[in-house]
Design a binder for this molecule. Structure first.
Ligand code: DGY
Length: 322
């Protein structure tokens, strides 16, 4: 039987590249450099399946209609880099990888929270630069997390996992806003109070962690007005998507002491990071590491492969993007 042609746009862990290559005629991107939307558009006419990542752009303009490709197996849970409506209109099935990256992304949200609250980035820079002069009672004093309020915007899997960690490990109170009701079943032992608006969460919290999807109505949702609600002692954590924060407004709020600090794993216009953010001490910056563990990246690749296998065997795909 002729093998289906599959394009993998970036380098994957070797074990999942090997799995895919056993069953498909796979083109791997050994250079591991981003493909342009035009190149991905051309590939839609050459391959049966395209497997992009968050660092690819698949705008409406590349979905011209009569494609050879039938499925986009996205390597990642977020899919705001794909114009889903245009891809669906062009007859393509889209799948993603929910669930397997929940724990690791929540771990990174907690990492940012701790680094910010305990000024770990500043301290590390000081040691490495040779400027540390020794222990002193008022040196790099941070903020204790125990007893503080964590506000979650977007109480899906990752929001819940972040809140569970913060409550179990640091005794934080948790408030949250979610568009739909979240069942106690989904939250397990977590004790969290639902508030009726994002504004209420921003006003009530010492630390706010963002977990809503990017794009659409969520783009620039945290704007200058919302940032003003946080207050000068509050910290903002973002492991979701860069575009959910108005980055210029955030820089202004940080520069003017409207908020205490920000921990960011994602940026609007990645991999570009504004110089203003890089020069501020009260900001922790990570290069989109949320799902970056060997185990999770292998799980993500295997989920993409499971979806392709189901699709080409004529079964329902396990993780369709609606
Ligand atoms: C995702 O899956 O959406 C992450 O941002 C990258 O792993």
């Amino acid at each position: 039987m002729v093998k289906k042609k599959v394009l993998v746009t970036r380098k994957w862990p070797a074990s999942v590249e090997a799995r895919l290559a056993r069953d498909y005629d796979v083109t791997l991107n050994d250079t591991d450099t981003p493909m342009t939307p035009e190149e991905i558009g051309a590939a839609l006419n050459e391959y049966d399946a395209i497997c992009p990542t968050v660092s690819d752009k698949l705008p409406a303009s590349i979905f011209t209609g009569d494609h050879k490709a039938q499925i986009i197996g996205n390597f990642g849970v977020g899919y705001n880099h794909i114009d889903v409506a245009a891809a669906h209109a062009a007859g393509l099935t889209i799948t993603n990888t929910p669930g397997c990256l929940t724990d690791c992304t929540a771990d990174i949200a907690i990492t940012l929270m701790l680094m910010l609250a305990r000024r770990a980035g500043e301290g590390e820079r000081e040691v490495r630069s040779g400027n540390w002069t020794g222990w002193r009672p008022t040196h790099l004093m941070g903020t204790r997390l125990r007893g503080k309020t964590l506000g979650i915007v977007g109480m899906g899997r990752i929001g819940i996992a972040t809140a569970q960690r913060a409550q179990a490990a640091f005794g934080m109170h948790v408030v949250y806003y979610n568009r739909s009701t979240v069942s106690q079943d989904a939250m397990g032992a977590l004790e969290a109070t639902a508030l009726d608006s994002i504004d209420a969460v921003l006003k009530a919290s010492d630390v706010v962690s963002l977990h809503m999807p990017g794009g659409g109505a969520n783009s620039k949702m945290i704007d200058a007005e919302k940032l003003r609600l946080l207050g000068p002692k509050a910290m903002l954590i973002n492991t979701a998507r860069g575009d959910v924060i108005d980055q210029d407004a955030l820089i202004h709020a940080l520069q003017n002491g409207q908020i205490a600090g920000a921990g960011l794993d994602v940026f609007d216009g990645e991999p570009n990071v504004p110089e203003a953010l890089m020069s501020m001490e009260n900001v922790v910056l990570l290069p989109h590491l949320g799902s970056a563990t060997t185990e999770t990246r292998e799980d993500m690749g295997n989920m993409v492969a499971d979806n392709l296998d189901a699709f080409f065997a004529g079964r329902d795909v396990p993780n369709p993007v609606a």
